[in-house]
Design a binder for this molecule. Sequence first.
Ligand code: PDD
Length: 284
Amino acid sequence: MTVYFIDGQFTERDGLAISIDDRGYYFGDGVYEVIKVYGGELYTAKEHIDRLFQSATKIKMTMPYAEVQLMEIARELVAKNNILVGHVYIQVTRGSATRMHQFPDPTVPPVVTGYAINNPRPMTGIENGVGVKSVADVRWLRCDIKSLNLLGNVLAKQEALEAGCIEALLHRDGVVTEGSSSNMFGVKDGTVYTHPVTNLILNGITRQVVLGLCEEQGIPVVEKSFTIDEAFEMDEFFLTSTTSEVTPVISIDGRPVGSGILGPLTMKLQKAFSSQIPSFIADE
Ligand code: PDD
């Protein structure tokens, strides 16, 4: 049975109770992270925990633990749940208080919850590519915060799935921002294009890893937004996230991207990505 972390304790799911007054439940008033586990080890955990603290600061919430303590909680969740390949989920809400919009009394402690589950790498998408659907990005203007408020993302993902696609390609007035739970990249004439780091996207940890790999491999990168029309003209397209790694996008709105098969630059980046995670996993 999955072991969860709640209220400073590790506990099994049965009997676990969350307050009905939790502000995460009422308002989505909190922040979260998803950290990948490969070979029983947390991957880029420091980067994720740093971002969790940055998100908390941006919503004016004081974290109840230090970074090292959260790292230890994440490690214990992996160990207690015997995770080999999977992920850790951690969320922090602004605590439990009678429902009112303004912040509760500062003595109300934030609520930290977490769990870890086994979750295999999505090899079908990674090896064969996926289709995406363009969807208007109607989210708020602080997409740089990894907030629990995900309704815009949820609606976009559902719209994409109902159209037979794996992910939504979000755009604001025709300008591509990111995916509903991923970052988006186009490749044109050997250069990688992706939206710059602004309030309109989440600066994905996988995005940062991949941009680092591009530098290592001598692949030019331009962090500049492009339109949906330009996306159709890309030679290759791919998305990144903690759980989907580097997933090739082979069609947008049912139209093939480039040759409609996995492109060479995307495959080069996939190889580079796999080579920096535990080898017995990469060989799967
Ligand atoms: N989502 N953009 C959005 C809106 C996201 O929700 C995510 C991640 C990303 C990619 O970030 P990273 O590479 O750090 O995972 C970009 C996670 C996986 C989720 O909500 O499940």
